[in-house]
Write a protein that binds this ligand. Sequence first.
Ligand code: FES
Length: 383
Amino acid sequence: MSLVVDGKEVQFAPGETVLSASLRAGIKIPHLCSLDWACKSEAACRMCLVELEGVPRLQTSCTMEAKDGQKVRTRSPRVQAVRRNIVELLIANHPNDCLVCERNQNCELAQVASELGVREHRYRGLKKDHPLDLSSPSLVRDPNKCILCGRCVTVCHQVQGVGAIDFIDRGIKTHVGPGFHDGINVSSCIFCGQCTRVCPTAALMEKSHVSGVVAALADPNAFVVAQIAPAIPATLMETAQSSSVRTMLLRLAAALKRAGFDAVFDTGFAADLTIMEEVSELIKRVTTGGTLPMFTSCSPGWIQYVEKHRPELIPHLSTCKSPQQMAAALIKDVYPKHRDLGGKRLVVVSLMPCTAKKAEAAELGDVDFVLTTREIEELFKRF
Ligand code: FES
């Protein structure tokens, strides 16, 4: 089955939306609320409006099922004018702090505004005045930058099955947050950070440790050590072309040394240790009639999920530390016995793929700072 989008024939699978089929065919339609997973779109942003032949009103392509032979226009003057107007309304009450915003040069809202040629504030709306939520060890929530697209709500409810945040209040006061206007630290949030990954602006961000790491690197009394999780070089390969994960790992280690790190470790070693520890625990449980099945404890986001949402499974969790914590404990305890640190204090920086590692480090100690992939790129910009 196929439809015609901007004069180009596009194949689609049964049940696929016009947006999904078009994007797969390389036809760009701006979309600020729909997600690329199999999640139902809330159609909140209206950026993906298109013209369908024979249908008088513009339709949201993220909710329209593609039909065989359908003719779609995604860039007609009418569509572009409406999209431009929507963006103008979105930025009418958005903070004008793009130059100092964490998402500067990486903001989907700014990108769409630029692509639509929005170059002035035609409307001046009331500015929001919500307090920043800094309560989480992993995340920062700034409702003033929220465009109410609902991606974070969708991913938290539909993908993670957590439901820690939702739309709150009405009218100009509408914002996304935990219930009862509480801080996110006392919600059922598991600190996985998926909301920060899908947020198109800087309304939800990881709690940055970059400045702390920069200060440690500049401190002559600090011996700063990095540990790199195996997922990090694999992720960086997406942007920094590299022939293999191993090559990327070596390049990253070299870059960290050049930035001033005194030593670099591969957390993969601790991941092997975790597996060995968990295997011996499993054997013990099997032979002594312990609780089975046994689940790994190596993901702090998963641990948070079990503790907050499925506490009946807690006895099934392995008691082993995560690779991050095992590596940090070894670095802090064993490494100084084998290397003269010159009397300097040891600072451990983890390069990790998940914001829940920040919460774990804050709770268990040994790790001083945790950098996500986005923060690593931010760190290198400073050198
Ligand atoms: Fe379709 Fe937002 S992407 S309405």
